[in-house]
Design a protein around this ligand. Structure first.
Ligand SMILES: [Fe+2]
Ligand SMILES: [Fe+2]
Length: 310
């Protein structure tokens, strides 16, 4: 439980699981005959008009976007954590060391995901279309209050845990290289989630009411911005899929594929985090019932009736 999290234990665990990029990528390759994403994180589980082979291809282009989106959000997570580490310098040695290492791990992850993008494109045989504008997005997010940025980051850190534990780990039909990548990421993210929890409690401790309200308003704004990015990437995923299919898609099929991909992304990148029990625990601790209702309404209007896939 959260109360037992400490910076010192996080750093100790971080050193235990620490890996090099070479350990993850060395001598390995993606297998085009396998699925690259678990069905529960893919639009494939929500689309009826594609054959099994076409669904497998869909998971391959979706994984390109999935890996890219982690690197994309790490562009703001790394500098935010690095600046929070400074609050602890000299006196808060454990926190300073653990948070500095956290930021350095995110820098490593960004490098990893850039290399994965190249490998994916080389394997698929074309340059997949993926979201750009990382720097603008990072600047936009970093302009928001610390409470909002940390809560958004907590959503992200906790869903990396859920995805591996509930989807990747048990999926025996999944491409082995993909599973290795997200196992490695999950191992280091486990400490990030706990430190994000500690930093969020610290940020909200003694925060004036007006500042709390601002954090919640900006969190809602950030969730809306994330959804805008997911909508854009869902369109790109359809384009990428059309490059790898052996047939054209009718306008009705394009719509069905697009909607299935977007619903899967909303589950994957928003709802699987906002409903994670550890995120819920943190969120309830730092907000009032009125603020919880406000965020709940905003989420419902973004997510509609997405839900967890069957
Ligand atoms: Fe990461
Ligand atoms: Fe992280």
């Amino acid at each position: 439980m959260s109360t037992s999290y400490t910076y010192a234990a996080c750093l100790e665990n971080a050193y235990k699981v620490n890996w090099r990029i070479e350990d993850v990528l060395g001598g390995k390759a993606f297998d085009l005959e396998k699925r690259w994403l678990p069905m529960s994180l893919s639009g494939a589980s929500r689309i009826g008009c594609l054959s099994d082979e076409e669904k497998r291809k869909l998971t391959q282009v979706e994984m390109a976007a999935y890996a890219h989106l982690f690197g994309y959000v790490e562009e703001f997570i790394a500098p935010k954590i690095s600046s929070l580490a400074q609050d602890h310098e000299v006196e808060g040695r454990d926190a300073f060391d653990a948070l500095t290492n956290f930021a350095a791990e995110e820098v490593k992850h960004m490098t990893l995901f850039r290399q994965i993008r190249k490998r994916v494109d080389a394997t698929l045989g074309f340059d997949t279309r993926l979201l750009g504008g990382q720097a603008e997005t990072a600047r936009f997010v970093l302009g928001k209050s610390t409470g909002a940025v940390l809560l958004l980051t907590a959503v992200i850190e906790w869903f990396t845990q859920r995805h591996f534990q509930e989807a990747f780990r048990e999926d025996d039909a999944l491409d082995g290289f993909t599973k290795d990548i997200f196992r490695a990421h999950w191992q280091e993210e486990a400490q990030h989630a706990r430190m994000d929890h500690l930093e969020t409690l610290r940020a909200f401790e003694g925060m004036a009411e007006a500042e709390r309200e601002r954090s919640i308003d900006e969190l809602i704004e950030l969730v809306g911005a994330v959804d805008g990015l997911l909508q854009k990437q869902a369109g790109y995923d359809v384009e990428n899929l059309r490059r790898v299919l052996d047939r054209g898609l009718s306008p009705a099929e394009v719509r069905e594929v697009h909607d299935g991909i977007l619903a899967a992304k909303r589950w994957t990148f928003i709802e699987s985090g906002t409903t994670h029990p550890n995120f819920v625990e943190l969120f309830l601790e730092v907000t009032t019932p009125e603020q919880q209702a406000r965020v709940g309404e905003a989420l419902a209007s973004v997510l509609g009736a997405v839900g967890q896939p069957a």
